[in-house]
Design a protein around this ligand. Structure first.
Ligand SMILES: Cc1cc2nc3c(=O)[nH]c(=O)nc-3n(C[C@H](O)[C@H](O)[C@H](O)COP(=O)(O)OP(=O)(O)OC[C@H]3O[C@@H](n4cnc5c(N)ncnc54)[C@H](O)[C@@H]3O)c2cc1C
Length: 308
């Protein structure tokens, strides 16, 4: 541990917002991941900017996480600093402009809460987001989507801290939003707020649709096991889960990691799996599907830490 760096860190953010050797398994839905040297929970963008500036000055590697619902962290953890906005349920504002509902949400707001609140405030079309267990920041970064809807359909702009720690507002059409892709994946930017616009409709109908989509998730997805959702992106013209099932890999297991028999698109932490177990299953699935169907399965899950 770099005590000189720690001494400088506590001059810009209070000690109770910094953890050393924090186990990242506690911050991922896979429940997997070794310790991060430093784990910092800034309360506002100004604090986050100061921490990022210090990291750059001191050449301390850093990474940003949301709710860890699309992350596989290595067993060795992360050598550097992890920045995470704490859960910020209150940082949501709704207002009406003509026949649209507009919203501004902090990056740490749970997407599930935001989508339900948007429906209650009169939004229609955003129901798909109510079952995605990430943060608003993570959802923008991933252009999360489900059941035919995507974040990009409703996003107006994001506010980010850029590489110099300066605030920038970036319009959605500059973010190159595509299937599980945004330009943020190539930039060291920290999203701290996002703005949305929704068509308006019947609140009761929107809430019913959310309940219906949640029921479908419970029926079809292995929500009883820790996972990061769909492990692979949907290859053009195919469904990853179907290819994996057709390859006879339902239930395929290495160590504590397995291909879910309920939904083959999910690699699950069935029993105290390590990150290495998950990666061993991932690699076997990729190799088998490539051999059988000549299809490359690309990881949707993001990797953090050393996987060499
Ligand atoms: C049971 C289950 C079901 C799921 N269903 C879906 C689904 O239907 N559709 C779907 O799209 N996804 C789904 N996911 C995956 C996941 O919920 C989404 O990808 C989500 O958007 C990730 O958000 P997060 O806050 O957890 O991000 P994290 O997993 O913490 O991070 C993901 C990436 O985003 C970056 N990031 C996070 N926050 C920020 C920020 N503020 N600024 C800059 N970068 C940031 C991180 O660096 C990382 O690279 C599912 C996951 C689970 C466990």
């Amino acid at each position: 541990m770099n005590q000189d760096f720690y001494r400088k860190l506590v001059t810009i953010i209070s000690e109770e917002k910094i953890k050393q050797n924090e186990l990242l398994a506690c911050h991922t839905t896979f429940r997997i991941g070794g310790p991060a040297d430093y784990f910092v929970l800034p309360e506002n963008p100004q604090e986050a900017a100061a921490v990022l500036k210090l990291c750059r000055k001191e050449q301390m590697p850093y990474s940003i996480i949301g709710y860890g619902s699309n992350l596989l962290v290595s067993d060795a953890g992360y050598r550097g600093l992890i920045l995470k906005f704490p859960c910020q349920k209150a940082l949501v504002q709704f207002w009406q402009e003509n026949d649209r509902l507009c919203a501004r949400a902090g990056a740490g707001v749970p997407l599930m809460v935001f989508a339900r609140d948007a429906a209650k405030a009169g939004a229609t079309g955003f129901e798909f987001a109510a079952g995605i267990p990430g943060s608003v920041g993570g959802a923008v970064y991933m252009n999360a989507g489900a059941y035919g809807g995507e974040i990009k359909d409703y996003l107006v702009a994001v506010s980010v801290l850029d590489e110099e720690g300066n605030c920038q507002r970036i319009a959605a059409d500059e973010l190159e939003l595509g299937y599980r892709h945004s330009v943020l994946q190539q930039k060291p930017w920290y999203v701290y707020e996002a703005e949305f616009t929704f068509p308006m409709g019947e609140t009761e109908a929107a809430l019913q649709k959310i309940d219906e989509l949640m029921r479908m998730r419970r029926e079809k997805q292995p929500l009883e096991y820790p996972s990061a959702g769909s492990t692979f992106k949907r290859p053009e013209g195919y469904f990853a889960g179907k290819l994996i099932m057709d390859a006879g890999l339902a239930g395929f297991r290495i160590g504590g990691a397995a291909v879910s028999a309920k939904h083959c698109g999910f690699v699950i932490n069935e029993e105290n799996a390590s990150a290495d177990d998950i990666m061993a299953v991932v690699k076997h699935v990729q190799k088998t599907v490539k051999e059988r169907y000549s299809v490359d399965l690309e990881l949707e899950v993001r990797l953090l830490g050393d996987f060499s």
